[in-house]
Ligand binder design. Structure first.
Ligand code: PHE
Length: 526
Protein backbone atom coordinates (compact mmCIF):
# COMPACT_ATOMS: atom_id res chain seq x y z
CA UNK A 1 0.00 0.00 0.00
CA UNK A 2 1.30 3.40 -0.92
CA UNK A 3 -0.23 6.09 1.22
CA UNK A 4 0.02 9.73 0.29
CA UNK A 5 -0.56 11.91 3.35
CA UNK A 6 -2.74 14.94 2.74
CA UNK A 7 -3.37 14.13 -0.94
CA UNK A 8 -6.73 14.48 -2.58
CA UNK A 9 -7.93 11.66 -4.82
CA UNK A 10 -4.96 10.43 -6.91
CA UNK A 11 -7.27 10.35 -9.92
CA UNK A 12 -7.56 14.15 -9.91
CA UNK A 13 -4.52 15.31 -8.00
CA UNK A 14 -1.42 15.48 -10.26
CA UNK A 15 0.92 15.75 -7.24
CA UNK A 16 -0.52 12.54 -5.87
CA UNK A 17 0.01 10.88 -9.23
CA UNK A 18 3.65 11.86 -9.28
CA UNK A 19 4.08 10.53 -5.73
CA UNK A 20 2.47 7.25 -6.69
CA UNK A 21 4.66 6.91 -9.77
CA UNK A 22 7.74 7.69 -7.70
CA UNK A 23 6.80 5.10 -5.10
CA UNK A 24 6.04 2.55 -7.78
CA UNK A 25 9.37 3.26 -9.38
CA UNK A 26 11.31 2.27 -6.28
CA UNK A 27 9.02 -0.65 -5.49
CA UNK A 28 9.11 -2.09 -8.98
CA UNK A 29 12.86 -1.81 -9.23
CA UNK A 30 13.07 -4.76 -6.87
CA UNK A 31 12.27 -8.08 -8.44
CA UNK A 32 9.62 -9.79 -6.42
CA UNK A 33 8.31 -13.18 -7.37
CA UNK A 34 4.92 -14.51 -6.42
CA UNK A 35 3.42 -17.91 -6.66
CA UNK A 36 -0.23 -17.15 -6.24
CA UNK A 37 -2.78 -19.93 -6.28
CA UNK A 38 -4.44 -18.07 -9.08
CA UNK A 39 -7.62 -19.28 -10.59
CA UNK A 40 -7.66 -16.92 -13.53
CA UNK A 41 -5.12 -14.53 -14.88
CA UNK A 42 -5.53 -11.29 -16.72
CA UNK A 43 -3.03 -8.79 -17.94
CA UNK A 44 -3.74 -5.22 -18.81
CA UNK A 45 -1.88 -2.18 -19.92
CA UNK A 46 -2.99 1.36 -19.33
CA UNK A 47 -3.54 3.70 -22.26
CA UNK A 48 -0.22 5.47 -21.95
CA UNK A 49 1.60 2.22 -21.28
CA UNK A 50 3.10 3.69 -18.13
CA UNK A 51 2.05 0.77 -16.02
CA UNK A 52 1.15 -2.78 -16.76
CA UNK A 53 -0.71 -4.88 -14.28
CA UNK A 54 -1.72 -8.50 -14.03
CA UNK A 55 -4.79 -9.39 -12.13
CA UNK A 56 -5.12 -12.69 -10.28
CA UNK A 57 -8.14 -14.27 -8.77
CA UNK A 58 -7.96 -16.42 -5.67
CA UNK A 59 -10.43 -18.49 -3.75
CA UNK A 60 -10.19 -18.40 0.03
CA UNK A 61 -12.39 -19.09 3.05
CA UNK A 62 -13.66 -16.65 5.65
CA UNK A 63 -15.61 -17.23 8.85
CA UNK A 64 -19.31 -16.53 9.16
CA UNK A 65 -20.35 -14.54 12.27
CA UNK A 66 -21.18 -17.86 13.96
CA UNK A 67 -17.83 -19.29 12.89
CA UNK A 68 -16.08 -16.23 14.32
CA UNK A 69 -17.86 -16.75 17.68
CA UNK A 70 -16.70 -20.36 17.78
CA UNK A 71 -13.12 -19.39 16.87
CA UNK A 72 -13.22 -17.07 19.87
CA UNK A 73 -15.11 -19.06 22.51
CA UNK A 74 -14.92 -22.66 21.31
CA UNK A 75 -17.42 -24.99 19.71
CA UNK A 76 -20.82 -25.62 21.28
CA UNK A 77 -19.85 -29.19 22.21
CA UNK A 78 -16.61 -27.99 23.82
CA UNK A 79 -18.52 -25.44 25.85
CA UNK A 80 -20.98 -28.12 26.94
CA UNK A 81 -18.08 -30.34 28.06
CA UNK A 82 -16.37 -27.43 29.85
CA UNK A 83 -19.52 -26.57 31.79
CA UNK A 84 -19.92 -30.09 33.23
CA UNK A 85 -18.25 -31.52 36.35
CA UNK A 86 -15.94 -34.56 36.13
CA UNK A 87 -17.39 -37.80 37.45
CA UNK A 88 -17.59 -37.59 41.24
CA UNK A 89 -16.26 -34.02 41.27
CA UNK A 90 -19.58 -32.33 41.94
CA UNK A 91 -23.26 -32.77 41.33
CA UNK A 92 -24.26 -33.54 37.72
CA UNK A 93 -25.83 -30.69 35.77
CA UNK A 94 -29.33 -31.00 34.34
CA UNK A 95 -30.07 -29.95 30.72
CA UNK A 96 -32.16 -27.03 32.05
CA UNK A 97 -29.23 -25.81 34.15
CA UNK A 98 -26.89 -26.22 31.18
CA UNK A 99 -29.08 -23.93 29.08
CA UNK A 100 -28.79 -21.26 31.76
CA UNK A 101 -24.99 -21.51 31.81
CA UNK A 102 -24.09 -21.56 28.08
CA UNK A 103 -27.31 -20.39 26.40
CA UNK A 104 -30.17 -22.24 24.64
CA UNK A 105 -28.57 -22.55 21.22
CA UNK A 106 -25.15 -23.82 22.35
CA UNK A 107 -26.74 -26.24 24.83
CA UNK A 108 -29.11 -27.67 22.26
CA UNK A 109 -26.59 -28.14 19.41
CA UNK A 110 -23.62 -28.90 21.67
CA UNK A 111 -25.15 -31.81 23.67
CA UNK A 112 -25.72 -34.03 20.64
CA UNK A 113 -22.22 -33.53 19.27
CA UNK A 114 -20.61 -33.91 22.70
CA UNK A 115 -22.40 -37.27 23.18
CA UNK A 116 -21.41 -38.35 19.67
CA UNK A 117 -17.78 -37.50 20.40
CA UNK A 118 -18.01 -39.48 23.66
CA UNK A 119 -17.08 -36.34 25.64
CA UNK A 120 -20.01 -36.38 28.06
CA UNK A 121 -22.19 -38.96 29.79
CA UNK A 122 -25.47 -39.21 31.69
CA UNK A 123 -25.31 -39.54 35.45
CA UNK A 124 -28.62 -39.98 37.27
CA UNK A 125 -30.78 -37.03 36.06
CA UNK A 126 -27.84 -34.88 34.98
CA UNK A 127 -24.76 -34.72 32.75
CA UNK A 128 -21.07 -35.14 33.57
CA UNK A 129 -17.72 -35.14 31.71
CA UNK A 130 -16.88 -38.58 30.27
CA UNK A 131 -13.22 -37.78 29.48
CA UNK A 132 -10.70 -35.65 31.29
CA UNK A 133 -9.51 -33.68 28.28
CA UNK A 134 -10.77 -32.90 24.76
CA UNK A 135 -9.41 -31.39 21.63
CA UNK A 136 -11.74 -28.79 20.07
CA UNK A 137 -10.90 -29.48 16.41
CA UNK A 138 -13.64 -27.19 15.12
CA UNK A 139 -12.23 -24.22 17.01
CA UNK A 140 -8.72 -25.08 15.90
CA UNK A 141 -9.73 -25.33 12.26
CA UNK A 142 -11.72 -22.11 12.33
CA UNK A 143 -8.77 -20.29 13.86
CA UNK A 144 -6.55 -21.63 11.09
CA UNK A 145 -9.02 -20.42 8.45
CA UNK A 146 -9.22 -17.06 10.14
CA UNK A 147 -5.49 -16.51 9.89
CA UNK A 148 -4.61 -18.31 6.60
CA UNK A 149 -7.85 -18.35 4.59
CA UNK A 150 -7.58 -22.10 4.14
CA UNK A 151 -7.05 -25.43 5.95
CA UNK A 152 -4.13 -27.85 5.78
CA UNK A 153 -6.63 -30.60 6.62
CA UNK A 154 -8.01 -30.12 3.11
CA UNK A 155 -11.22 -29.77 1.19
CA UNK A 156 -13.20 -32.44 3.05
CA UNK A 157 -12.93 -30.54 6.34
CA UNK A 158 -13.59 -27.23 4.57
CA UNK A 159 -16.73 -28.65 2.96
CA UNK A 160 -17.90 -29.85 6.38
CA UNK A 161 -17.43 -26.39 7.90
CA UNK A 162 -19.23 -24.81 4.94
CA UNK A 163 -22.13 -27.23 5.45
CA UNK A 164 -22.28 -26.22 9.10
CA UNK A 165 -22.38 -22.58 7.93
CA UNK A 166 -19.29 -21.71 9.93
CA UNK A 167 -17.17 -20.71 6.93
CA UNK A 168 -17.89 -19.55 3.39
CA UNK A 169 -15.87 -19.36 0.22
CA UNK A 170 -14.74 -15.94 -0.93
CA UNK A 171 -13.32 -14.80 -4.25
CA UNK A 172 -10.38 -12.51 -3.94
CA UNK A 173 -8.39 -10.50 -6.39
CA UNK A 174 -4.90 -9.22 -6.26
CA UNK A 175 -2.62 -7.51 -8.70
CA UNK A 176 0.97 -7.57 -9.75
CA UNK A 177 2.11 -4.24 -11.11
CA UNK A 178 4.95 -3.81 -13.57
CA UNK A 179 6.50 -0.86 -15.29
CA UNK A 180 5.07 -0.42 -18.75
CA UNK A 181 7.06 0.34 -21.92
CA UNK A 182 6.66 4.10 -21.41
CA UNK A 183 7.02 4.21 -17.66
CA UNK A 184 7.93 7.64 -16.37
CA UNK A 185 7.70 9.33 -13.03
CA UNK A 186 6.24 12.43 -14.62
CA UNK A 187 2.62 12.69 -15.64
CA UNK A 188 3.27 15.18 -18.45
CA UNK A 189 0.96 14.42 -21.38
CA UNK A 190 2.65 13.38 -24.61
CA UNK A 191 2.69 16.11 -27.23
CA UNK A 192 0.13 15.94 -30.00
CA UNK A 193 1.46 18.78 -32.16
CA UNK A 194 4.87 19.84 -33.29
CA UNK A 195 4.78 23.60 -32.74
CA UNK A 196 6.89 26.51 -33.97
CA UNK A 197 7.90 27.16 -30.36
CA UNK A 198 9.13 23.60 -29.92
CA UNK A 199 11.23 23.89 -33.07
CA UNK A 200 12.65 27.26 -32.03
CA UNK A 201 13.52 26.21 -28.50
CA UNK A 202 14.75 22.74 -29.40
CA UNK A 203 12.19 21.22 -27.02
CA UNK A 204 11.11 18.84 -29.79
CA UNK A 205 14.30 16.81 -29.28
CA UNK A 206 13.30 15.57 -25.87
CA UNK A 207 9.52 15.77 -26.27
CA UNK A 208 7.46 12.64 -26.11
CA UNK A 209 4.95 12.52 -28.98
CA UNK A 210 1.65 10.79 -29.02
CA UNK A 211 1.38 8.10 -31.69
CA UNK A 212 -1.07 8.60 -34.53
CA UNK A 213 -4.14 6.45 -34.22
CA UNK A 214 -5.11 5.63 -37.75
CA UNK A 215 -8.05 3.56 -36.52
CA UNK A 216 -9.70 6.50 -34.77
CA UNK A 217 -13.04 7.58 -36.16
CA UNK A 218 -14.01 11.20 -36.44
CA UNK A 219 -16.23 12.79 -33.87
CA UNK A 220 -19.82 12.04 -34.73
CA UNK A 221 -21.59 15.28 -35.61
CA UNK A 222 -24.48 15.82 -33.25
CA UNK A 223 -27.25 17.48 -35.08
CA UNK A 224 -30.57 16.59 -36.56
CA UNK A 225 -30.74 13.72 -38.98
CA UNK A 226 -33.10 13.00 -41.83
CA UNK A 227 -35.01 9.77 -41.65
CA UNK A 228 -33.91 7.33 -44.41
CA UNK A 229 -37.34 7.64 -46.03
CA UNK A 230 -36.88 11.38 -46.24
CA UNK A 231 -33.43 10.97 -47.76
CA UNK A 232 -34.77 8.71 -50.48
CA UNK A 233 -37.74 11.04 -50.95
CA UNK A 234 -35.38 13.97 -51.46
CA UNK A 235 -33.44 12.08 -54.11
CA UNK A 236 -36.59 11.08 -55.96
CA UNK A 237 -37.94 14.61 -55.69
CA UNK A 238 -34.73 15.92 -57.29
CA UNK A 239 -35.12 13.49 -60.17
CA UNK A 240 -38.69 14.69 -60.82
CA UNK A 241 -37.66 18.32 -60.63
CA UNK A 242 -34.80 17.82 -63.05
CA UNK A 243 -37.24 16.11 -65.42
CA UNK A 244 -39.47 19.21 -65.36
CA UNK A 245 -42.18 18.01 -62.99
CA UNK A 246 -44.10 20.25 -60.58
CA UNK A 247 -44.93 18.99 -57.08
CA UNK A 248 -48.59 18.52 -56.22
CA UNK A 249 -49.93 19.70 -52.87
CA UNK A 250 -50.84 16.56 -50.92
CA UNK A 251 -51.55 17.84 -47.43
CA UNK A 252 -55.10 16.50 -47.20
CA UNK A 253 -54.92 13.00 -45.75
CA UNK A 254 -58.70 12.95 -45.55
CA UNK A 255 -60.54 12.69 -48.85
CA UNK A 256 -64.06 11.90 -49.89
CA UNK A 257 -65.18 8.72 -51.61
CA UNK A 258 -65.79 10.98 -54.59
CA UNK A 259 -62.21 12.17 -55.08
CA UNK A 260 -60.51 8.98 -53.93
CA UNK A 261 -62.65 6.62 -56.00
CA UNK A 262 -65.61 8.00 -58.01
CA UNK A 263 -63.63 10.61 -59.92
CA UNK A 264 -61.25 7.79 -60.87
CA UNK A 265 -64.09 5.67 -62.20
CA UNK A 266 -63.64 3.12 -59.43
CA UNK A 267 -67.05 1.41 -59.19
CA UNK A 268 -68.94 2.09 -55.97
CA UNK A 269 -69.05 -1.67 -55.29
CA UNK A 270 -65.31 -2.12 -55.72
CA UNK A 271 -63.75 -4.33 -53.00
CA UNK A 272 -61.04 -1.71 -52.28
CA UNK A 273 -63.79 0.55 -50.94
CA UNK A 274 -64.82 -1.94 -48.27
CA UNK A 275 -64.19 -1.30 -44.61
CA UNK A 276 -61.45 -3.88 -44.34
CA UNK A 277 -59.40 -2.09 -47.00
CA UNK A 278 -60.24 1.55 -46.32
CA UNK A 279 -60.35 3.56 -43.08
CA UNK A 280 -63.56 5.61 -42.97
CA UNK A 281 -64.19 8.62 -40.74
CA UNK A 282 -67.23 8.68 -38.50
CA UNK A 283 -67.00 12.37 -37.71
CA UNK A 284 -67.82 14.42 -39.68
CA UNK A 285 -70.13 11.92 -41.27
CA UNK A 286 -70.27 13.54 -44.70
CA UNK A 287 -67.91 15.41 -47.03
CA UNK A 288 -68.56 18.72 -48.77
CA UNK A 289 -70.13 18.39 -52.18
CA UNK A 290 -67.84 18.39 -55.23
CA UNK A 291 -68.55 20.93 -58.04
CA UNK A 292 -72.14 20.22 -59.07
CA UNK A 293 -71.92 19.66 -62.85
CA UNK A 294 -68.71 17.66 -62.55
CA UNK A 295 -70.36 15.53 -59.86
CA UNK A 296 -73.29 14.90 -62.19
CA UNK A 297 -71.07 13.98 -65.14
CA UNK A 298 -69.17 11.51 -62.93
CA UNK A 299 -72.30 9.90 -61.48
CA UNK A 300 -73.79 9.66 -64.99
CA UNK A 301 -70.78 7.88 -66.49
CA UNK A 302 -70.81 5.41 -63.57
CA UNK A 303 -74.52 4.68 -63.77
CA UNK A 304 -75.31 5.04 -67.46
CA UNK A 305 -71.99 5.38 -69.29
CA UNK A 306 -71.02 8.01 -71.86
CA UNK A 307 -67.86 9.13 -73.72
CA UNK A 308 -68.06 5.84 -75.58
CA UNK A 309 -68.41 3.80 -72.38
CA UNK A 310 -71.33 1.67 -71.19
CA UNK A 311 -70.58 2.58 -67.55
CA UNK A 312 -71.19 0.21 -64.64
CA UNK A 313 -75.00 0.22 -64.93
CA UNK A 314 -75.36 0.04 -61.18
CA UNK A 315 -77.39 2.46 -59.08
CA UNK A 316 -75.38 5.49 -57.91
CA UNK A 317 -75.13 6.23 -54.21
CA UNK A 318 -74.69 9.82 -53.01
CA UNK A 319 -73.86 8.52 -49.54
CA UNK A 320 -70.99 6.37 -50.84
CA UNK A 321 -69.62 9.37 -52.71
CA UNK A 322 -69.79 11.65 -49.66
CA UNK A 323 -68.12 9.28 -47.23
CA UNK A 324 -64.95 10.64 -45.66
CA UNK A 325 -61.92 8.42 -45.56
CA UNK A 326 -58.14 8.36 -45.15
CA UNK A 327 -56.85 8.43 -48.71
CA UNK A 328 -55.85 4.96 -49.90
CA UNK A 329 -53.71 6.41 -52.67
CA UNK A 330 -52.34 9.80 -53.68
CA UNK A 331 -54.15 9.33 -57.00
CA UNK A 332 -56.90 11.23 -55.14
CA UNK A 333 -54.57 14.25 -55.22
CA UNK A 334 -53.87 13.61 -58.90
CA UNK A 335 -57.62 13.68 -59.54
CA UNK A 336 -57.91 17.08 -57.82
CA UNK A 337 -54.96 18.41 -59.84
CA UNK A 338 -56.18 17.06 -63.17
CA UNK A 339 -59.59 18.59 -62.51
CA UNK A 340 -57.85 21.94 -61.93
CA UNK A 341 -55.68 21.47 -65.01
CA UNK A 342 -58.83 21.07 -67.12
CA UNK A 343 -60.37 24.35 -65.82
CA UNK A 344 -59.70 26.35 -68.99
CA UNK A 345 -60.97 23.46 -71.11
CA UNK A 346 -64.28 23.76 -69.20
CA UNK A 347 -64.35 27.46 -70.06
CA UNK A 348 -63.53 28.46 -66.48
CA UNK A 349 -60.82 30.87 -65.39
CA UNK A 350 -58.54 29.07 -62.97
CA UNK A 351 -58.50 30.41 -59.43
CA UNK A 352 -55.47 32.26 -58.10
CA UNK A 353 -52.45 29.98 -57.71
CA UNK A 354 -54.16 26.96 -59.28
CA UNK A 355 -52.22 27.20 -62.49
CA UNK A 356 -49.03 27.34 -60.49
CA UNK A 357 -50.05 24.19 -58.63
CA UNK A 358 -50.60 22.32 -61.85
CA UNK A 359 -47.23 23.48 -63.13
CA UNK A 360 -48.54 25.58 -66.00
CA UNK A 361 -47.62 29.07 -64.79
CA UNK A 362 -44.18 27.82 -63.68
CA UNK A 363 -43.43 26.71 -67.23
CA UNK A 364 -43.34 23.03 -66.25
CA UNK A 365 -45.13 22.05 -69.42
CA UNK A 366 -42.17 23.23 -71.44
CA UNK A 367 -41.01 20.87 -74.15
CA UNK A 368 -44.51 19.53 -74.56
CA UNK A 369 -47.29 20.71 -76.90
CA UNK A 370 -48.27 24.38 -77.11
CA UNK A 371 -51.45 25.58 -75.41
CA UNK A 372 -54.36 25.12 -77.82
CA UNK A 373 -57.54 27.08 -78.51
CA UNK A 374 -59.39 24.62 -76.31
CA UNK A 375 -57.47 25.99 -73.30
CA UNK A 376 -55.47 22.82 -72.66
CA UNK A 377 -51.95 23.20 -71.37
CA UNK A 378 -49.73 20.15 -70.82
CA UNK A 379 -48.44 19.31 -67.35
CA UNK A 380 -46.11 16.96 -65.52
CA UNK A 381 -46.94 16.51 -61.85
CA UNK A 382 -45.61 14.41 -59.00
CA UNK A 383 -46.04 13.93 -55.28
CA UNK A 384 -44.48 11.80 -52.57
CA UNK A 385 -46.70 11.45 -49.55
CA UNK A 386 -48.49 9.22 -47.13
CA UNK A 387 -51.43 6.92 -47.81
CA UNK A 388 -53.47 4.66 -45.53
CA UNK A 389 -54.81 1.16 -45.97
CA UNK A 390 -56.63 -1.06 -43.55
CA UNK A 391 -54.15 -3.91 -43.97
CA UNK A 392 -52.95 -6.73 -41.80
CA UNK A 393 -49.56 -5.52 -40.68
CA UNK A 394 -46.49 -7.72 -41.02
CA UNK A 395 -42.77 -7.42 -41.72
CA UNK A 396 -43.37 -5.70 -45.05
CA UNK A 397 -46.80 -4.08 -44.62
CA UNK A 398 -47.92 -1.17 -42.50
CA UNK A 399 -51.31 0.53 -42.38
CA UNK A 400 -49.67 3.71 -43.60
CA UNK A 401 -46.94 4.13 -46.15
CA UNK A 402 -45.76 6.51 -48.85
CA UNK A 403 -46.54 6.63 -52.52
CA UNK A 404 -44.48 8.24 -55.20
CA UNK A 405 -47.19 9.41 -57.52
CA UNK A 406 -47.11 11.15 -60.85
CA UNK A 407 -49.11 12.09 -63.90
CA UNK A 408 -48.18 13.42 -67.31
CA UNK A 409 -50.92 15.09 -69.36
CA UNK A 410 -50.42 15.95 -73.02
CA UNK A 411 -51.99 15.52 -76.41
CA UNK A 412 -51.52 12.18 -78.07
CA UNK A 413 -49.54 10.47 -75.28
CA UNK A 414 -49.25 6.72 -75.72
CA UNK A 415 -48.22 3.74 -73.63
CA UNK A 416 -44.75 4.16 -75.14
CA UNK A 417 -44.47 7.54 -73.39
CA UNK A 418 -45.29 5.90 -70.07
CA UNK A 419 -42.74 3.12 -70.62
CA UNK A 420 -40.18 5.66 -71.83
CA UNK A 421 -40.72 7.78 -68.74
CA UNK A 422 -40.23 4.76 -66.47
CA UNK A 423 -36.98 3.82 -68.16
CA UNK A 424 -35.57 7.33 -67.78
CA UNK A 425 -36.81 7.76 -64.20
CA UNK A 426 -35.47 4.43 -62.95
CA UNK A 427 -32.21 4.86 -64.82
CA UNK A 428 -31.67 8.02 -62.81
CA UNK A 429 -32.07 5.86 -59.69
CA UNK A 430 -29.46 3.42 -61.03
CA UNK A 431 -31.97 0.78 -62.15
CA UNK A 432 -31.70 -0.12 -65.84
CA UNK A 433 -33.43 -3.46 -66.02
CA UNK A 434 -37.21 -3.01 -66.14
CA UNK A 435 -40.08 -5.27 -67.10
CA UNK A 436 -43.71 -4.36 -67.63
CA UNK A 437 -46.58 -6.67 -66.95
CA UNK A 438 -50.21 -6.11 -67.99
CA UNK A 439 -52.36 -5.38 -64.96
CA UNK A 440 -55.76 -4.02 -64.01
CA UNK A 441 -56.84 -0.73 -62.42
CA UNK A 442 -60.40 0.58 -62.68
CA UNK A 443 -59.04 3.99 -63.76
CA UNK A 444 -56.36 3.01 -66.28
CA UNK A 445 -56.41 1.07 -69.52
CA UNK A 446 -53.99 -0.34 -70.36
CA UNK A 447 -52.40 -0.80 -66.94
CA UNK A 448 -48.86 -1.92 -66.28
CA UNK A 449 -47.11 -3.31 -63.27
CA UNK A 450 -43.45 -2.34 -63.22
CA UNK A 451 -40.78 -4.81 -62.15
CA UNK A 452 -37.13 -4.00 -61.64
CA UNK A 453 -34.29 -6.48 -61.50
CA UNK A 454 -32.57 -6.14 -58.20
CA UNK A 455 -28.91 -7.19 -58.47
CA UNK A 456 -28.39 -7.41 -54.69
CA UNK A 457 -31.48 -9.57 -54.19
CA UNK A 458 -30.85 -11.27 -57.55
CA UNK A 459 -34.52 -11.24 -58.47
CA UNK A 460 -37.29 -9.19 -60.07
CA UNK A 461 -39.20 -7.05 -57.60
CA UNK A 462 -42.42 -5.15 -58.21
CA UNK A 463 -41.70 -1.45 -57.91
CA UNK A 464 -44.83 0.20 -59.17
CA UNK A 465 -48.20 0.27 -60.83
CA UNK A 466 -49.16 2.53 -63.70
CA UNK A 467 -51.35 3.06 -66.70
CA UNK A 468 -53.13 5.35 -69.15
CA UNK A 469 -56.07 7.06 -67.45
CA UNK A 470 -59.45 6.10 -68.89
CA UNK A 471 -61.61 8.51 -70.92
CA UNK A 472 -64.36 7.82 -68.34
CA UNK A 473 -62.13 9.62 -65.85
CA UNK A 474 -60.65 12.38 -68.04
CA UNK A 475 -63.58 13.47 -70.20
CA UNK A 476 -65.99 14.30 -67.34
CA UNK A 477 -63.23 16.61 -66.05
CA UNK A 478 -63.44 18.48 -69.33
CA UNK A 479 -60.29 17.34 -71.13
CA UNK A 480 -60.49 17.23 -74.94
CA UNK A 481 -60.48 13.71 -76.40
CA UNK A 482 -56.93 13.92 -77.74
CA UNK A 483 -55.47 14.73 -74.32
CA UNK A 484 -54.08 11.58 -72.81
CA UNK A 485 -52.76 11.20 -69.27
CA UNK A 486 -50.50 8.53 -67.96
CA UNK A 487 -49.82 8.04 -64.28
CA UNK A 488 -48.19 5.76 -61.77
CA UNK A 489 -47.74 4.93 -58.13
CA UNK A 490 -44.38 3.73 -56.83
CA UNK A 491 -43.57 2.63 -53.31
CA UNK A 492 -41.16 4.78 -51.29
CA UNK A 493 -40.62 2.20 -48.54
CA UNK A 494 -39.56 -0.67 -50.77
CA UNK A 495 -36.62 1.00 -52.52
CA UNK A 496 -35.59 2.50 -49.17
CA UNK A 497 -35.57 -0.90 -47.47
CA UNK A 498 -33.59 -2.40 -50.33
CA UNK A 499 -31.21 0.54 -50.32
CA UNK A 500 -30.48 0.29 -46.60
CA UNK A 501 -30.66 -3.50 -46.40
CA UNK A 502 -33.65 -3.45 -44.04
CA UNK A 503 -35.84 -6.58 -44.00
CA UNK A 504 -38.41 -5.59 -41.44
CA UNK A 505 -40.40 -2.45 -42.08
CA UNK A 506 -40.71 -1.93 -38.32
CA UNK A 507 -37.00 -1.11 -38.21
CA UNK A 508 -37.76 1.71 -40.63
CA UNK A 509 -41.09 3.10 -39.46
CA UNK A 510 -42.84 3.19 -36.11
CA UNK A 511 -42.06 3.18 -32.42
CA UNK A 512 -39.51 0.37 -32.61
CA UNK A 513 -37.08 2.22 -34.87
CA UNK A 514 -33.69 2.44 -33.13
CA UNK A 515 -33.01 6.17 -33.16
CA UNK A 516 -29.29 5.64 -33.85
CA UNK A 517 -30.26 3.92 -37.13
CA UNK A 518 -31.83 7.17 -38.19
CA UNK A 519 -28.85 9.19 -37.01
CA UNK A 520 -26.26 6.97 -38.63
CA UNK A 521 -27.96 6.03 -41.90
CA UNK A 522 -25.76 7.29 -44.72
CA UNK A 523 -26.96 9.73 -47.35
CA UNK A 524 -28.45 8.25 -50.49
CA UNK A 525 -27.03 8.98 -53.93
CA UNK A 526 -28.59 7.32 -56.89
N1 PHE B 1 -53.17 4.34 -57.47
C1 PHE B 1 -52.38 3.22 -57.87
C2 PHE B 1 -51.97 2.43 -56.60
O1 PHE B 1 -52.30 2.86 -55.51
C3 PHE B 1 -51.15 3.61 -58.62
C4 PHE B 1 -51.49 4.22 -59.94
C5 PHE B 1 -51.51 5.59 -60.08
C6 PHE B 1 -51.75 3.42 -61.02
C7 PHE B 1 -51.80 6.17 -61.29
C8 PHE B 1 -52.05 3.96 -62.24
C9 PHE B 1 -52.07 5.33 -62.35
O2 PHE B 1 -51.34 1.38 -56.66
Amino acid sequence: TISIPGAASPATDPDAQVTILGALNSLLSREVSHSPSSVSFRSETFGLQMIRYDSHETLSHVLTPEGAQIALHGSHEARVWAALPARGAGSPITPAQLKKIIGDEAAKVGQGRAFKNGWIAKDRDGLIKAVSSIEDTTQKELREIDSTGTLTAGEKSLADLRKRKLAVQKKGQWFTVHKGPSFSTSTAKPETDLTVDMLASGAWKSARFKKYNFEAEGIYPNGGALHPLLKVREEMRNIFLEMGFAEMPTSSFVESGFWCFDALFVPQQHPARELQDTFYLSDPIKSNSPPRDYYERVSRVHEHGGYGSVGYRAPWSDAESHKLLLRTHTTASSAHMLYKLAARCRGETPKDGEEYQVGVASGRGEGMTRPGDDGFRPAKLFSIDRVFRNETMDATHLAEFHQVEGVVADRGLTLADLIGFMRVFFKKMGIENLRFKPAYNPYTEPSLEIFAFHPMLDKWVEVGNSGMFRPEMLEPMGFPKDVHVHGWGISLERPTMIRYGINNIRTLVGHKVPIENVEKSPAVRF
